[in-house]
Write a protein that binds this ligand. Structure first.
Ligand code: ATP
Ligand code: MG
Length: 174
């Protein structure tokens, strides 16, 4: 049995979710059962969501409403409720032992926006099944998560097409 790793993709450059999805695809090739919990994304027709319909080992569950207001001083009750629901779902899925790799996509935003206590995430990391790989993505990943991770990669922005006013392209951005 292999060792379940804790992997983090953070930073302000594009590629965090893309890297996690690439890993998901790779893992299914080895017969690993993969769950992606998307904490921010809603069920807009993201390419990955459509593609996963044809991949029995890859489950993607969008549990957000598409965005959260990063500038709000107080978390909105609606966002809190969604976050709590997504987190309970995630805890339950980790506990089932049904998955080999679970991706917590954009989890850092929940912690940074006070929608989820950091301690909850740390407890999940501490208590996860030993063989389960966990991937956490999102900008400004809290330092305490970085410290317990086995792998941390920071995506650094050099250029982004948004800076030139180029709109999001299907297959590249969503
Ligand atoms: P992706 O999902 O494309 O891998 P990501 O997960 O690294 O991106 P997020 O912070 O989750 O990035 O933001 C998601 C969206 O914001 C994507 O559409 C992405 O292209 C865009 N984005 C990421 N980095 C930047 C940036 N530095 N400037 C502008 N837009 C960005
Ligand atoms: Mg992302």
């Amino acid at each position: 049995m292999g060792k379940g790793l804790i992997l983090v993709f953070t930073g302000d450059g594009k590629g965090k979710t893309t890297a996690a999805l690439g890993m998901a695809l790779r893992a299914t090739g080895h017969g690993l059962r993969v769950l992606v919990v998307q904490f921010i994304k809603g069920s807009r027709q993201y390419g990955e969501l459509i593609a996963a319909q044809g991949l029995p080992l890859l489950e993607i569950v969008p549990m957000g409403k598409g965005f959260i207001n990063l500038r709000a001083k107080e978390p909105l009750p609606e966002d809190k409720e969604l976050a709590q629901k997504a987190w309970s779902f995630c805890q339950e899925k980790v506990g089932t032992g049904k998955y080999d790799l679970i991706i917590l996509d954009e989890i850092s935003y929940l912690v940074n926006c006070h929608l989820l206590p950091l301690e909850e995430v740390l407890a999940l990391l501490r208590n996860k099944p030993p063989n389960l790989h966990l991937v956490l993505t999102g900008r400004q990943m809290p330092q305490a998560i970085i410290e317990v991770a086995d792998l941390v990669t920071e995506m650094k922005k050099i250029k982004h097409p948004y800076d030139q006013g180029i709109a999001a392209q299907p297959g590249i951005e969503y």
